[in-house]
Ligand binder design. Structure first.
Ligand SMILES: Cc1ncc(COP(=O)(O)O)c(C=O)c1O
Length: 391
């Protein structure tokens, strides 16, 4: 066994999960003390809180005034499914996929909605598909940041300003971590559980004017469940965008979302949130640069995610292992660091190539990452030694 120096300090917050993500620095359950529990969400104070989330989110994100934001059921999945079920079927679709979630949307578009004019523009884990193939005459469904591969689109140049189709963007791991180009995006969805470190359960949908126009003029040929319905008699239900939710939200989650927004406002708004993620990515890149056994899964540095950072193991010893044995390496690293209380939930996604995934969104402190790095080296050395011993 090589000599191993056990790091002496531990991250203050060992939460590096890619969702639900770390709570904001300084969070405690006391922030929920004033939650409007036991009261109707349709009461005056209930609606006021929901409207507060809507207004402050739109403000923080710098939404154009003609964009609308609503709180909808079922986290990001609910928000994105709502968009697919309500909007698709008018034009052909270019569905982009380069990791698990993107492929999931493709399977719903084709398998559940049964749409046939669908071009799947895809790439394997670590790569981005050829964005130049996207046709502005068609609807485009894509994920801004692929959480399970750590690959994000580097910009929005590939989306035409004068497109005829709609862009429907699952941005759950990108919102609040990047400056999104709203004029290029007709529908954006996310969940509070990601960059803001909030709770899941509720999703957010943002609609640009072209998406609203489609909603008001398109009657999908399939049944649309009540929890996906944003229109009545061909008109947008404006009240949903003012805090009258489709069904009952958790006012505890709402209170928590307000706490997250308050924190973001206090630290300097969107610029500060983006800067925190980018600083975290830079610190991981710096460590990976000087660490021989690890590299980014994202092949092109311009596509590296600043939130869901996915790492592959590049040690020649590792390459020689069977896939099962390779999977064992990050599993052991995760278990070792979990047992030490140093890092939780850092194994890569189950469908991704074996590796590590470390959340680097705004609620994660750079110092905690810097403290984590020597522990990763320590755990890797132990995992490798253990596996060498049994092979
Ligand atoms: C890119 C992406 N899309 C969708 C989801 C599903 O989100 P939720 O579980 O909040 O519905 C996730 C969750 O990690 C995700 O990362």
């Amino acid at each position: 066994m090589p000599t191993l120096i056990r790091p002496s300090s531990r991250p203050r917050n060992p939460c590096f999960s890619s969702g639900p993500c770390a709570k904001r620095p300084g969070w405690s359950s006391a922030v929920l003390d004033g939650a409007l529990v036991g009261r109707s969400h349709r009461s005056r104070p209930g609606k006021a809180r929901l409207k507060d989330v809507i207004d402050r989110s739109a403000n923080l994100l710098g939404l154009p005034t003609d964009y609308r934001l609503a709180i909808v059921p079922a986290s990001d999945t609910g928000a994105l499914e709502l968009a697919l079920w309500s909007l698709l079927g008018v034009r052909g679709i270019d569905a982009l996929a380069w990791e698990s979630f993107g492929w999931g949307w493709v399977s719903d578009i084709k398998g559940q909605l049964g749409l046939e004019d669908v071009r799947v523009i895809e790439a394997d884990y670590g790569e981005l598909p050829d964005l130049g193939r996207v046709d502005p005459e068609r609807d485009i469904v894509f994920t801004w940041n692929g959480t399970t591969s750590g690959v994000r689109v580097p910009d929005s140049e590939w989306i035409a300003d004068n497109r005829a189709g709609l862009t429907i963007c699952d941005a759950t791991s990108a919102v609040f971590a990047t400056h999104l180009p709203w004029h290029k995006l007709d529908v954006v969805t996310y969940s509070w559980q990601k960059v803001m470190g909030g709770e899941a359960a509720h999703g957010v949908i943002i609609l640009g004017p072209r998406a609203v126009e489609r909603l008001e003029n398109h009657n999908p040929p399939w049944p649309v469940p009540k929890i996906f319905r944003l229109t009545k008699d061909g008109k947008l239900i404006e009240a949903i965008f003012e805090g009258t939710t489709i069904n009952t939200p958790s006012m505890l989650c709402v209170e928590d979302a307000l706490d997250g927004l308050g924190w973001a406002e206090r630290i300097g708004g969107l610029d500060a949130l983006v800067a925190r993620s980018e600083a975290n990515l830079a610190s991981i890149a710096d460590w990976a640069e000087r660490t021989s056994w690890v590299d980014f899964l994202a092949r092109n540095p311009a596509t590296r995610s600043s939130t869901s950072v996915c790492l592959r193991i590049v040690d020649p010893w590792f390459d020689e292992l069977s896939t099962d044995a390779q999977s064992e390496v990050p599993s052991r690293i995760e278990a070792l660091l979990d047992a030490e209380g140093v890092a939780y939930d850092i194994n890569g996604y189950r469908d991704a190539p074996p590796g590590l995934r470390i959340w680097a969104g705004a609620t994660v402190e750079t110092n905690d990452l810097v403290t984590l790095f020597p522990w990763l080296d320590w755990a890797y050395t132990i995992a490798k030694h253990e596996l060498e011993a049994v092979s």
